[in-house]
Design a protein around this ligand. Structure first.
Ligand SMILES: C[S@@+](CC[C@H](N)C(=O)[O-])C[C@H]1O[C@@H](n2cnc3c(N)ncnc32)[C@H](O)[C@@H]1O
Length: 447
């Protein structure tokens, strides 16, 4: 029986979804943060459930050749990255295997999973950075808590954001603003968010507050813009609710036009504060290119772009499609999508606000169909009502873009039990040094 606080020497036989090492002691599973497949390690059990437990890495007795020194001094404390101790090629191998193994377990057979596409320089890639502020501190949340870890510069954020966010925080404090405390419920400032258009250099600064007011707002804005003229817009976002959701629904534009623009492969996109936009611009071009290649459009196809955000995938493929029909739940994102079509002179794309699982069954009942369907859902995957309609509709191809192999595997199980077969899967590393895995899957209809 495995006991809390006991020490063991174990072999790491695999790595899990969160990049943690996995060991077995007589069938009992132990998860060990920071341990790598192939290593022999000494651990101390922190928590022992009935069938599995969590252990702290005390010593690496036999080191993997894939182990590297993390570049970031706060890697072990910060919750932002999980894989910096693993050589980048080994990270890609791990991500490919994660997709392969998860799909095999769910489908019961081996699927054609290509090697993950990585970045040439896997650092400073993020175009959006969310800095929590609390008790006079700005940084990132520690793993699994809301304690703030301060750092000298994050290696996965764009180089610009850290300086801007820290300086903004100082200017806000100087103007009499205090940070919100989740326990005492006092104070106002919650997060500082930066968004950078990697290909336009436009910068959005967002201040997330508990209350409607920012003290000395005009002074604050003037000081920031004087110091950082590259900040093209400043937006206050009000979030009154406690919890893990960072943004509230209400935005107030304090400077500029309230949005930034960016471009991917020559297509321009307007991005509003509440709209989703992929965080790794270099890899987004790769991701969308794979999705477009998998679809093999000839110009004759009616295409659905479901969970379309600001219309990026639909507009990226519109030149090769007869028509594009995008569906997205966030109204601001749909407004952006419509404007993005105009901005790029694209006239064969239509965008509708609503839940994909409600809009598509209804439109299908009215006779609307697609030859090719792109889906790019959030981490929870597609709603079964949508999958039921896709099963009935029998589009020739479904191109499934996923940021979560577990829900991808669940949805592919449904689709392969219902008229579809998986042709190929391409993981794309959108989030180097973190445990997140993105992939594109091509399904084709077999009836
Ligand atoms: C992973 S993002 C993909 C967005 C877009 N395809 C892109 O690449 O930028 C998922 C999108 O689905 C939207 N969404 C979440 N639930 C939805 C639903 N039930 N129906 C439609 N869209 C939804 C989110 O607001 C978000 O914009």
């Amino acid at each position: 029986m495995i006991q809390k606080n006991e020490e063991y020497i174990v072999d790491i036989i695999d790595m899990g979804y969160e990049g943690e090492g996995i060991a077995k002691i007589e069938g009992y599973t132990l998860f060990v943060k920071g341990a790598i497949t192939g290593e022999k390690v000494k651990v101390k059990v922190l928590k022992a459930n009935k069938d599995f437990g969590f252990a702290k890495l005390l010593e690496v007795i036999e080191k993997s050749p894939k182990r590297v020194e993390p570049v970031c001094p706060v890697f072990e404390k910060c919750g932002g990255c999980e894989l910096q101790h693993l050589d980048y090629d080994a990270q890609l191998e791990h991500k490919t295997n994660m997709v392969k193994n998860t799909l095999r377990k769910s489908l019961g057979y081996e699927v054609n999973v290509e090697d993950a596409i990585g970045m040439c320089i896997p650092y400073n890639y993020r175009n959006k950075t969310q800095y929590p502020v609390m008790n006079d501190k700005i940084g990132f949340y520690a793993s699994r808590t809301h304690a703030i870890i301060e750092n000298e510069g994050c290696y996965i954020q764009n180089k610009y954001s850290d300086k801007l966010a820290k300086s903004t925080f100082e200017i806000l404090k100087k103007n009499g603003n205090t940070t919100y405390n989740e326990e005492t419920k006092k104070g106002n400032l919650r997060h500082i968010v930066t968004r950078v258009g990697a290909n336009t250099d436009e910068v959005m600064l967002m201040i997330i507050t508990k209350e409607n007011k920012i003290k000395n707002s005009e002074n604050f804005v003037k000081e920031v813009v004087d110091k950082y003229p590259e900040v093209t817009t400043i937006v206050q976002n009000i979030n009154e609710k406690d919890g893990n959701v960072i943004l509230g629904k209400k935005c107030v534009v304090l400077h500029g036009n309230g949005y930034i623009e960016d471009s991917i492969e020559g297509i321009r996109f307007k991005i509003s504060p509440l709209s989703f936009y992929q965080v790794n611009p270099t890899q987004t071009a790769q991701l969308y290119s794979v999705a477009k290649e998998y679809a093999e459009l000839t110009g004759e196809e009616n295409v659905f772009d479901l969970y379309c955000g600001i219309g990026t995938i639909g507009l990226f493929v519109a030149d090769k499609a007869k028509s594009v029909y995008g569906v997205e739940i966030v109204p601001e994102a749909i407004e952006d999508a419509k404007e993005n079509a105009k901005l790029n002179g694209i006239t064969n794309a239509e965008f509708i606000c609503g839940k994909a699982e409600e809009v598509i069954p209804q439109k299908y009942a009215e006779g609307k169909t697609a030859d090719v369907v792109f889906v790019d859902p959030p981490r929870k995957g597609c709603d079964e009502k949508l999958l039921e309609t896709l099963k009935e509709m029998q589009a020739k191809k479904i191109v499934y873009v996923s940021c979560n192999p577990a829900t991808l595997a669940r949805d592919l199980k449904y689709l392969t039990d219902n008229r579809y077969e998986v042709k190929k899967v391409q993981p794309v590393d959108m989030f180097p040094h973190t445990s997140h895995v993105e992939s594109v899957t091509l399904l084709s209809c077999i009836i």
